[in-house]
Design a protein around this ligand. Sequence first.
Ligand code: COA
Length: 232
Amino acid sequence: MAQQPSDQAAPKAADPPAPSSLPHPDATTPIPPQIITLTKSHLRRAHPSDAPAMAREANSPAVAKYMTLRWASPYTLNDAHRWIAYATAFRVPTTTNTTTTPDGNTTTTVEVVPSMQICDPATNTCLGSIGIKTKDDIEARCFEVAYWLGEGSWGRGIMTEVLPAYVGWLFETFPDVIRLQASVFEGNDASVRLLKTAGFVHEGTKRKAGVKGGWVFDILVFGLLREEWSLS
Ligand SMILES: CC(C)(COP(=O)(O)OP(=O)(O)OC[C@H]1O[C@@H](n2cnc3c(N)ncnc32)[C@H](O)[C@@H]1OP(=O)(O)O)[C@@H](O)C(=O)NCCC(=O)NCCS
């Protein structure tokens, strides 16, 4: 599943944009508090101290199997540091805080870090992450969602709880976004199940669209519209 950071993997040297080329807010730009507390995990922004846990969780062929070529495998400590630097620098503007003043409405543009670490609620240790890839041109009001968890955390319903919470946070934080989408490799049944449970609709299959290490596979496209989310 792609993400910007695509597949939660740090871009390679040739993959634009590099962290240094991303827009950095000036020191006074307010960044909203960002923590989502759930029962099986909590979501928070990445921190450099997450790197060892992240490398430990991400360094698995089973995790890598359904990720794009951007995902490093093996996944090293350096890959984790590169991704954390990228994810914390990747900020998406949104307009919030509309207030009515005697002169009319005032809006404030803030830049939000959309990528979040999925953490063990007891230890605050990183178990995986979730984030988005922004799109442009005619798709500027769509985000692509991507996520992963370390293998030791699979099958405990963690992502079933995380995905709807994150989706809700995205729609609330980015009022201009009208559609979320996700792309899933053929055979990734857990991810398909997860997306359907969260209300995403299987909109179609791009036949033989993916090639990875000699494996040619279909890519399933899922979408969730704002109005579908607000009805759920
Ligand atoms: C996909 C992934 C995020 C799912 O996270 P998770 O926390 O293990 O998922 P959950 O435990 O919440 O289970 C989600 C659903 O998948 C089902 N499921 C879990 N493992 C499954 C498997 N191997 N085959 C089929 N269904 C499976 C669960 O039963 C559940 O369905 P249900 O609600 O009907 O019972 C996790 O497996 C993962 O990180 N995989 C590697 C990276 C990846 O594939 N990322 C997504 C790319 S599109």
